[in-house]
Ligand binder design. Structure first.
Ligand SMILES: Nc1ncnc2c1ncn2[C@@H]1O[C@H](COP(=O)(O)OP(=O)(O)OP(=O)(O)O)[C@@H](O)[C@H]1O
Ligand SMILES: [Mg+2]
Length: 205
């Protein structure tokens, strides 16, 4: 599959333009982590993968890199893939609450797709209802050996606190990766910032 085709597929899945080029190759400074993630996703069947780390550490970049790898290796061929952020999923679900068919379609897609990529878990407004829906989706997928690639700012212990032990146990016990990187957005911002008078020491009198 050509890079253009892959971008097109990613776009159709709802991947934002910022991440269309995201790949393992252009994720910098974490060769060992990339090797570990690659080796996890080479397994057949694909295991659950949970990635957690601070904002800007590149979790969404890595989630899309996993998808890209899936397309490049041909494993995505003919597969139903559902990519969403947690907040977007629950927002759409809430909007569909009065439209039984659409509500059911969304939940069915999340349960029955071959691969669910759930980015930014914890970004949604958590309620009894959202926890119940998530538990059901994760449990059904678990029973059917359908993988979930999830990312979150929450470490496993907090996932457990927020969503319960059953969700945490299923979600985080495939492969759980602590993304121990700092906020890359801050690095980019720092490299772009123009030094003010304090930084421009050579011009000071
Ligand atoms: N190690 C890295 N090498 C190259 N680019 C990176 C790296 N880490 C992050 N980026 C880039 O920095 C930006 C922020 O990363 P990203 O959105 O993936 O972080 P995140 O962990 O998902 O943050 P949040 O928790 O706020 O959702 C993206 O444009 C991403 O491509
Ligand atoms: Mg993110």
């Amino acid at each position: 599959m050509s890079p253009v085709d892959i971008s097109e597929f990613l776009r159709k899945l709802g991947v934002g333009r910022r991440f269309l080029d995201a790949s393992f190759a252009n994720y910098r400074g974490a060769e060992k982590l990339i090797r570990q993630i690659r080796s996890a996703i080479d397994e057949v069947p694909l295991p659950n993968v949970f990635m957690f780390g601070v904002t800007g550490s590149g979790k969404s970049h890595l989630a899309v890199s996993i998808l890209r790898d899936h397309f490049e290796s041909g494993r995505a061929y003919g597969k139903r893939i559902f990519y969403t952020t947690s907040s977007e999923f629950f927002f759409k679900l809430k909007q569909a609450i009065d439209f039984a068919t659409e509500y059911e379609r969304l939940i069915r897609s999340a349960i029955e797709c071959d691969l669910l990529v759930l980015d930014d878990l914890g970004s949604e407004k958590v309620s009894e209802w959202s926890v119940e829906v998530l538990s059901m989706i994760i449990d059904k997928r678990y029973c059917e050996l359908r993988p979930v690639i999830a990312s979150s700012n929450l470490p496993p212990a907090e996932v457990q606190e927020r969503y319960g032990a059953r969700v945490a146990s299923r979600l985080c016990t495939g492969y759980s990766f602590a993304i121990e990187m700092s906020d890359y957005r801050k690095k980019i911002a720092a490299s772009r910032s123009v030094p003010g008078p304090a930084g421009n020491r050579e011009f000071q009198t």
